[in-house]
Design a protein around this ligand. Structure first.
Ligand SMILES: NC(=O)c1ccc[n+]([C@@H]2O[C@H](COP(=O)([O-])OP(=O)(O)OC[C@H]3O[C@@H](n4cnc5c(N)ncnc54)[C@H](OP(=O)(O)O)[C@@H]3O)[C@@H](O)[C@H]2O)c1
Length: 348
């Protein structure tokens, strides 16, 4: 079977490395090139040593060399603001594009400018792009040229809330995301330097992390009914989004099982936690590490009005590169799960 050539731009980063790891085992994609601005000509294995046996002779290429290529699909794993200026060029050359940054996640230009504090360099892209979460937009992704990536905190929050929001039962949701250090990318900063970050419980955003805009857009819940706080915890990978929800009317547990099982019963990567044992009812990111899985669980207060809904993912997989490949599979007509069937590593 002929394989689809795919290009990774930003391949020296965290998400780029995870794309490479998935591509190493993908049955229908082949690596056309992996781009780095500063490391062209250097071995990929120098940056991603765990992948040396998979890519023993592969070197990074420069952005200029990449322009000579004709990939079927381009993954852009660049910092926010760096991908929008290059997307149109790739679309014009006939490639499909999956942009892992936040550049085309939002549909409204007003919302984009308000949350990202700058004009969008190519607003028409927002009209064309599809939000790249297959659990919500599977059919639209299949027919698209341009798909956004997903915010990792947003993905966890959306998967916890979507079945309830769709049923119109949410009055308010206060979301707290506990996140590992790889969420911040591979460039060290004052906030991510190990001696200071390790063993901390640092609350770096109490109410309105930028991913709140995506959560509102994708759940349809108004921004003023949501908060999204983020706390850095002692993990390298993983997001646990804990949503404390006020329901519009009292519900029974049976209603909630029906909503969640109805939403995720046939999903290949989203699983609803069992009611028992109690310590597995609300998901721990450790149970999805290294996989493209999401676990969703809930607990209802006896008053029937207060609900805790939790989703756990690996931020670099379901929260970034795994979902990006899931979307790429749909864009290129491959089985949705291709290359993504790895089981979680546990304990790790
Ligand atoms: N980390 C996560 O958990 C996660 C989750 C969801 C989404 N994302 C998104 O995925 C994207 C990549 O994240 P990451 O964590 O992989 O970041 P990263 O580790 O910092 O990697 C980004 C890569 O982009 C290249 N780059 C940096 N600045 C650039 C610029 N100004 N112009 C062009 N290229 C530049 C760099 O490669 P060279 O210098 O070698 O060119 C760098 O290795 C971000 O937009 C992020 O928001 C990340």
């Amino acid at each position: 079977m002929e394989k689809h050539p795919v290009l990774i731009v930003g391949g020296s980063g965290m998400a780029g490395g995870e794309l490479l790891r998935i591509l190493a085992g993908h049955p229908s994609f082949t690596l056309a090139g992996v781009v780095s601005r500063g490391r062209a000509g250097h071995p990929v294995a120098a940056v991603h040593p765990h992948l040396r046996p998979d890519f023993p002779d592969t070197a990074f290429i420069s952005p200029a060399e990449a322009e000579e290529m004709e990939p079927d699909l381009v993954f852009l794993a660049l910092p926010h603001g760096s991908s929008a200026p290059v997307i149109r060029g790739w679309l014009d050359r006939g490639a499909r594009v999956v942009d892992l940054a936040a550049d085309v996640r939002l549909r409204s230009i007003e919302r984009y400018e308000r949350w990202y504090g700058a004009p969008h360099p190519d607003p028409a892209l927002l009209d064309e792009a599809v939000y790249g979460l297959p659990e919500l937009h599977r059919d639209e992704i299949r027919g698209a040229r341009l798909v956004s990536g997903v915010g990792c905190n947003a993905t966890a929050a959306i998967l916890a809330l979507a079945p309830l929001a769709r049923a119109g039962v949410v009055t308010e949701a206060r979301i707290e995301a506990r996140v590992g250090s790889s969420e911040g990318g591979s460039r060290p900063s004052e906030g991510s330097h190990h001696p200071f970050r390790s063993r901390s419980l640092r609350m770096f955003e109490p109410f309105a992390h930028r991913h709140l805009a995506e959560v509102s857009q994708e759940t349809g819940l108004p921004e003023n009914s949501l908060t999204l706080g983020v706390t850095a915890v002692e993990n390298v990978r993983g997001v646990q989004a804990v949503a404390t929800i006020t329901l519009a009317e009292p519900l029974r547990e049976a209603d909630l099982w029906k909503l969640y099982r109805g939403a995720y019963g046939h999903e290949p990567f989203v699983f609803v936690c069992p009611a028992r044992p109690a310590h597995l009812r609300l998901p721990d990111p450790r149970l999805v590490m290294g996989s493209n899985r999401a676990l969703v669980g809930f607990a209802l207060h006896p008053d029937g009005r207060r609900l805790t809904a939790v989703c756990a993912i690996d931020n670099l997989l379901k929260g970034a590169s795994g979902t990006a490949v899931q979307a790429a599979n749909l864009l290129l007509g491959c089985p949705e799960t291709a290359g993504l069937e790895m089981r979680p590593v546990y304990p790790a």
